[in-house]
Design a protein around this ligand. Structure first.
Ligand SMILES: Cc1ncc(COP(=O)(O)O)c(C=O)c1O
Length: 384
């Protein structure tokens, strides 16, 4: 019988969004001087612009890439991108889990675009990225949060492409290196790798994406919430702190504090290192335990933020297991013990566990969590 671990996690926060705040986060440390002011006044607008500039600095964006804050989290940012940019040429859309499949549905059933190549794969796999046609627009997810499968690199994107790339990068940015020359439109939200608050979307545009916005007018009506053009051209003021509608200045203050923490901690390199070492801890543990495995089938594609694991259908003693029930029971025990919250697989994904290990999660907590998962697993199966 395996011993119940004695040490508890320092923080039991492993949700894949909203994700854990950075270590040492304290609401009293937020710069709240602009609360209660108009977001269009000089000082608050400068503060918003500061958050945009710090984002660009930390992500090491090329100087000619532009960043804006838009409504409605990553979903808002990605929808805004699709509504403003798609429709002028054929589309290759790659999907391998819930969020990517959602973009496929929107392109085909909401925007009603017909010249669309769907290139899909089941949970655990990546679709055939070599099918990307450089003449087409390419839509994809950087890190499939619900399957724990990421694109290992962006080398499959042609440097001389004619179409644009639209990348939903919300659970990968600040944890994974990206070659910006391959990305034209990139979106994310604050509550993922930096542990900020939800409901604000970020959009990063390459010069070619801005050129498309300036020269292409989709033939569908544009809801106000997606309108980023003024007199037919992109409204440049969104890149310097103006917003389409009112942002939460409290959330901006929180985002700035996360960005400053990231910068002080060693910047992008350090954030990536933390996520990688968290994944290493899990990889070594999975290697030792043949009753659990990554949902991602190819090692190169295993996410270093949303790590998805599945249980073997037989116990080490050869008994059949109901893996969905087992996974639920483990989650319940870990929650009751206050060791790990929100580690269940996403509702549309195969049953199992999903552990967020982005840069705000401390390696020591990951190690402790795994000991408890092991203990919970054996406690449950030995009772059966
Ligand atoms: C890959 C991906 N895309 C989109 C979303 C939706 O993000 P938001 O809730 O910020 O709109 C998520 C959320 O988990 C996600 O992981």
């Amino acid at each position: 019988m395996i011993q119940k671990p004695k040490i508890k996690t320092n923080r039991a926060l492993f949700s894949s969004g909203p994700c854990a705040k950075y270590p040492g986060w304290d609401i009293n440390n937020l710069d709240t001087t602009i609360l209660g002011r108009s977001h269009r006044a000089k000082q608050p607008k400068n503060f918003i612009e500061y958050s945009i500039n710090l984002t660009a600095e930390l992500l090491e964006l090329p100087k000619d890439y532009k960043v804006a804050i838009v409504p409605a989290s990553d979903t808002g940012a990605f929808e805004l991108a699709m509504w403003n940019l798609l429709g002028s040429r054929p589309i290759d859309v790659f999907a391998w889990e819930s969020f990517g499949k959602g973009w496929v549905t929107d392109i085909i059933n909401q925007l009603n675009l017909s010249n669309v190549n769907k290139i899909e794969a089941e949970y655990g796999f990546l679709p055939d990225l070599s099918k990307a046609n450089p003449k087409n627009d390419i839509v994809f997810t950087l890190n499939g949060t619900t399957s724990g499968v990421k694109v290992p690199d962006l080398n499959w994107i042609d440097n001389n492409r004619e179409g644009l790339t639209l990348c939903d990068a919300t659970s990968g940015l600040f944890a994974q290196n990206v070659d910006w020359s391959k990305l034209d439109v990139t979106t994310f939200s604050w509550q993922k790798v930096l542990g900020g608050e939800a409901q604000h979307g970020m959009i990063i545009l390459s010069p070619r994406a801005i050129d498309r916005i300036n020269t292409y007018n989709p033939d569908w009506p544009m809801p106000k919430i997606f309108r980023i053009k003024k007199s037919g051209k992109v409204d440049e003021s969104i890149f310097t702190g103006s917003t389409i509608n009112t942002p939460s200045l409290m959330c901006v203050a929180d985002y700035v504090s996360a960005l400053e923490w990231a910068k002080k901690s060693g910047g992008l390199k350090k954030l990536i290192e933390i996520a990688n070492s968290n994944l290493d801890i899990i990889s070594q543990w999975v290697e030792k335990n043949n009753w659990i495995s990554f949902l991602a089938q190819d090692k190169e594609t295993i996410s270093n933020t949303s790590v998805c694991l599945e249980f073997a259908s037989k116990s080490p003693d050869g008994d059949d297991l109901d893996t969905a029930a087992l996974s639920k029971d483990i989650q319940k025990i870990l929650e009751e013990e206050q060791i790990g919250y929100d580690i269940g697989a996403y509702r549309d994904a195969p049953p199992g566990l999903r552990i967020w290990v982005g840069a705000t999660v401390e390696p020591q907590d990951v190690s402790i969590l795994l000991e408890w998962i092991e203990w919970a697993y054996f406690s449950i199966i030995q009772k059966q």
